[in-house]
Design a binder for this molecule. Structure first.
Ligand code: 13P
Length: 349
């Protein structure tokens, strides 16, 4: 058992507290630059810092966020006036987390499939991040649906790495977010997504068990069971909610501390509606809190409005707060599409 077991349980519970969820703001520089480039924002360290300052200084964000996941560069950065981001977050009641994986790389011998790297020196890196104030971590594995894929080789390699990472996190005092993402890319049906997600989750939990990971001291971050984005027949909100909960019920141990979904390329309205429908329809029977750990589905409207201009910061912050509020409501099954209209008067004022 980890020397940190009691602390890990408390942190994991806090991460999925009622009405709250997690903001993923841990884009690597490469991903951040791709998103900046689309909007003509200069791809510099100072712009990355300014954007993350915009996020962490958004007033009252802690009402709806339990935690935020940072990138290595960001956890070391500060506001223009010198206040470290970590301090701003902690003062706002937002637990700092850290991305620990080193990205998904081509898996040798398996064309079209990826394996996530980053296990080298992980014990030492975890100790450093704990010292800096991080209390949870994330590792994302990527599973692609296509012709003849995913293979067992890919699913097992990723599940094993996730389990090794999670065990090291618990040893070092960080709650592991275990993220096996089944990509939305492709024209597959929701039924195919169900099959792949179920096999992936079973394999991941088998490996977590084999590596002696404590389920009540971890958070699962799955993708939803959803139609591929190019599928000719897209599943409805209720179908996604039903299939996702059925898949989790069939593959996730009841003792897992919480489930926090990624948004994975859904629109921000869909991401809120899907999470809400799951909590409305199944909140009374599922054994885990179901919440969000979104990046794009929280950040995108704010990033679009900011465009890299100081003058746009207040508008961008209102948009960010609003998406956090919508998803906080969805965490409790209290979101409605009507909430989307609240933002217009706020932007005009
Ligand atoms: P999205 O919500 O944009 O899918 O990102 C979540 C995440 O953290 C991916 O690793």
């Amino acid at each position: 058992m980890s020397a940190y077991a009691a602390e890990l349980k408390t942190t994991a519970k806090a991460m999925v507290a009622e009405g709250k969820g997690i903001l993923a703001m841990d884009e690597s520089n490469g991903t951040c630059h791709k998103r900046f480039a689309k909007l003509g924002i200069p791809q510099t360290e100072e712009m990355r810092r300014a954007y993350r300052e915009l996020i962490v200084t958004t007033p009252n964000l802690g009402e709806y966020l339990s935690g935020a996941i940072l990138y290595d560069e960001t956890i070391r950065q500060s506001k223009k006036d010198g206040t470290p981001f970590i301090k701003i977050m902690s003062d706002a009641g937002i637990i700092p987390g850290i991305k620990l994986d080193a990205g998904a790389k081509d898996l040798a011998g398996f064309p079209g499939e990826k394996v996530t790297e980053g296990l080298d020196n992980l014990r030492d890196r975890i100790a450093d991040y704990y010292q800096m104030g991080a209390r949870f971590a994330k590792w994302r594995a990527v599973i692609t649906i296509g012709d003849g894929i995913p293979t067992r080789g890919c699913i097992e390699a990723n599940a094993h790495a996730l389990a090794r990472y999670a065990a090291l996190c618990q040893e070092g005092g960080l709650v592991p977010i275990v993220e096996p993402e089944v990509l939305i890319d492709g024209d597959h049906t929701i039924e195919r997504c169900y099959e792949v997600t179920e096999e992936t989750l079973h394999t991941v939990f088998n490996q977590l068990y084999t590596q002696r990971v404590a389920f009540d001291q971890m958070i699962l971050k799955p993708s939803m069971v959803i139609s591929g984005q190019d599928c000719p027949k897209l599943a409805s909100v209720d179908e996604v909610a039903e299939a996702t909960v059925r898949c989790l019920m069939n593959s996730v141990p009841a003792s897992v501390a919480g489930v926090a979904f990624l948004s994975g390329g859904q629109t921000f309205e869909q991401a809120s509606a899907h999470l809400n429908a799951m909590n409305v329809k199944f909140g009374g029977i599922i054994p885990w809190p179901l919440t969000f750990s979104y990046a794009r589905a929280i950040q995108q409207p704010a990033l679009d409005a900011w465009k890299g201009e100081e003058a746009n910061v207040p508008t961008a912050q209102k948009l960010l707060y609003h998406r956090a509020k919508c998803n906080g409501a969805a965490r409790s099954g209290k979101y409605s599409p009507e909430m989307e209209k609240e933002i217009e008067p706020a932007l005009a004022s």
